[in-house]
Design a protein around this ligand. Structure first.
Ligand SMILES: *Cc1c(COP(=O)(O)O)cnc(C)c1O
Length: 242
């Protein structure tokens, strides 16, 4: 499939609709309701105008990776009353303030230090609670962020005691695979990890699946899929000036 760089507004609307159909089809074929899977449109490095186009087509939840870009977009799009941003990129401790101010959910907690840095910044906002997911380094890759599967239990214990954060689930980015089905065993592994650490009651959300492998993720139980390229086209090399 060829997607032009910087898809125009009508292409974004069309592609968004196609991705929603893919998600709904995957849910139905897994015997799940389409509403049980939330689509996070990952807009990193695309201009704010691309988000406006998706918003105009009815989409509300967007994923961003870089704190500064998240902040700039959230300010420039503050006229869009129902927009919400999920942070799906690594949160450095010194960026926790920006993330707390502009994200509505954080998918990528990987250490107790990150959790407490974020919590202390959330506290600064009057009585709000930030929904968070723990990112698990499911393929045990040296160069990937996320907590090691062995340390997940300890990190969950450290996060649930922070009143400013509400732990809602687990997130993973599987190792690069040549086949979408290659990711499936990692999605199954994340679902199994949830079972080991309290199940759906404690960890309702599983954030997994991207453009290439969302079907396999939904089959394995994803409740949030994070899709960029299939909606917005190929990503520009650099972040926009917004
Ligand atoms: C960029 C990104 C995505 C979207 O990936 P696509 O392959 O473009 O769909 C999803 N999740 C995370 C964490 C990302 O960084």
């Amino acid at each position: 499939m060829f997607l032009a760089m910087g898809a125009d507004d009508s292409e974004i609307a069309t592609q968004l609709m196609r991705v929603k159909e893919r998600v709904a089809d995957a849910a139905r074929s897994a015997g799940r309701s389409p509403e049980s899977v939330r689509l996070i449109a990952v807009s990193k490095r695309h201009p704010a105008a691309a988000i406006r186009a998706a918003y105009a087509a009815g989409h509300r939840t967007f994923g961003e990776n870089y704190p500064q870009e998240l902040a700039a977009k959230s300010v420039s799009l503050s006229d869009l009353a129902e927009i919400s941003f999920h942070m799906v990129g690594h949160v450095q401790k010194n960026k926790a303030k920006l993330v707390a101010a502009h994200a509505d959910c954080v998918h990528t907690l990987g250490s107790a230090g990150q959790a407490s840095a974020l919590a202390s910044r959330v506290e600064a906002r009057s009585g709000e609670v930030m929904p968070v997911l723990i990112q698990v380094n499911i393929g045990r890759e040296a160069n990937k962020s996320g907590v090691s599967p062995d340390d997940l239990g300890a990190l969950i214990d450290a996060v649930v005691v922070l009143p400013q954060l509400r732990l809602t689930g687990l997130m993973a980015i599987p190792p690069v695979a040549s086949e979408p089905e290659g990711a499936r065993r990692y999605f199954d592994a994340l679902a199994e990890m949830r079972v080991q650490h309290g199940g759906e009651a404690r960890l309702p959300e599983l954030s997994m699946g991207m453009s290439a492998d969302l079907e396999a993720a939904v089959q394995a139980g994803a409740t949030m899929v994070r899709v960029g390229t299939s909606i917005f086209g190929e990503r520009p090399v650099r972040s926009p000036t917004v």
